[in-house]
Design a protein around this ligand. Structure first.
Ligand code: AVJ
Length: 334
């Protein structure tokens, strides 16, 4: 789910541990050997992490998913009304088709759906479900890290294109990375494309923090799962219960940060290295930036997009932005 970052194909077989992904180990080691320890957020989404994220989306404190879903029910028919005959829907980070279906089922004019995600097996299942339920729609799954440059399948490049990036996944990117991503998408989708982006909004930290630190401890388990994952896949010897879950609002940077706080001085082995933790030292595991409507519009404008429309829910919690590509054709000088 929401997988992004390098999908490393490199793997070696370890006699005692089975399949070990060298990319996972390398990414984790680089972050844990830095002066301020970090782990990449993409590490969250192994099968157990995807299961826990699914539970998060149903938590009373986590308003994000249900608010976006309700808003999309209004937005989808309005966006679909302007979709050109034969258009292609290109979804960035398509863990499943449920949000895309709100658009696809709102008009018969879509001819194709291109779900992009790092999770190949999930995409194969998605394509099989779509073949059964939507036999007239061409589905072209692309297994790729959507943050890296990618090219669209040849079959769809000549058709009108609508990009779709729901879920507020854009919040995981710092502003420079978000700008670079938005520019990359504009180049991939090309002239005349449109791009529909869902983004959680800045709000009272008293509402934000519990969404990332719920009473049932599901988000804490989701956070600690990265340590269990490194134990499972990389032969590390973390004691996950010796790390506390912490979610903090960083007002200066406009983001929720998730950390794992070492509850005591301890040492951990990973990939032949010894990593030392002081008591209270943290591993920074995720950023979730919360933009204002104008802030996200400015980022997109910097990336060359034109803001066409913005929708927000009645409580002002979440936003959906429709951007357009409107490169002027440069006439050669006379
Ligand atoms: C999937 C990145 C949108 O930032 O709200 C949920 C991930 N982390 N709870 C978010 C997440 C902790 C989520 N995104």
């Amino acid at each position: 789910m929401d997988g992004h970052g390098a999908a490393s194909a490199a793997a070696h077989v370890d006699e005692t541990r089975g399949e070990v992904d060298d990319g996972v180990v390398a990414d984790a080691l680089a972050g844990l050997c830095a002066a301020r320890k970090t782990l990449p957020a993409k590490l969250f989404y192994d099968p157990e992490g995807c299961r826990l994220f699914g539970l998060i989306t149903g938590l009373p404190e986590y308003y994000v998913t249900r608010t976006e879903r309700a808003l999309l029910e209004t937005v989808a028919p309005e966006v679909a009304a302007d979709v050109a005959q034969g258009a292609v829907l290109v979804e960035y980070g398509a863990s499943d088709e449920t949000k895309a279906l709100l658009l696809l089922d709102a008009t018969p004019r879509f001819s194709a759906y291109v779900p992009i995600d790092v999770a190949g097996p999930e995409l194969t299942l998605l394509a099989a479900r779509m073949a059964g339920s939507h036999p007239h729609l061409a589905v072209h799954p692309v297994t790729a890290d959507f943050l890296a440059p990618l090219s669209l399948p040849d079959a769809v490049t000549a058709r009108p294109r609508l990009g779709f990036f729901p879920g507020s996944t854009i919040g995981n990117l710092d502003p420079a990375a978000a700008r670079a991503f938005l520019r990359e998408v504009r180049e991939t989708l090309g002239r005349g494309a449109r791009f529909l982006v869902g983004a959680d909004l800045r709000k009272d930290p008293a509402r934000l923090v519990p969404a990332y630190d719920d009473a049932q401890g599901v988000t804490a388990a989701f956070n600690r799962n990265v340590l269990h994952r490194l134990n499972r896949e990389a032969g590390a010897d973390f004691e996950p219960d010796a790390f506390a879950h912490r979610a903090v609002w960083n007002d200066a940077l406009g983001r929720i940060e998730m950390h794992l706080v070492s509850e005591r001085a301890q040492e951990v082995r990973l990939g032949g290295r010894l990593i030392r933790f002081a008591a209270g030292e943290t591993i920074h595991t995720e950023n979730s930036y919360k933009h204002t409507v104008d802030g996200l519009q400015a980022l997109a404008a910097d990336a060359g997009w034109t803001g066409l429309r913005v929708w927000t829910d009645p409580d002002g919690l979440f936003s959906i932005h429709l951007f357009g590509e409107s490169t002027q054709h440069q006439e050669p000088a006379p």
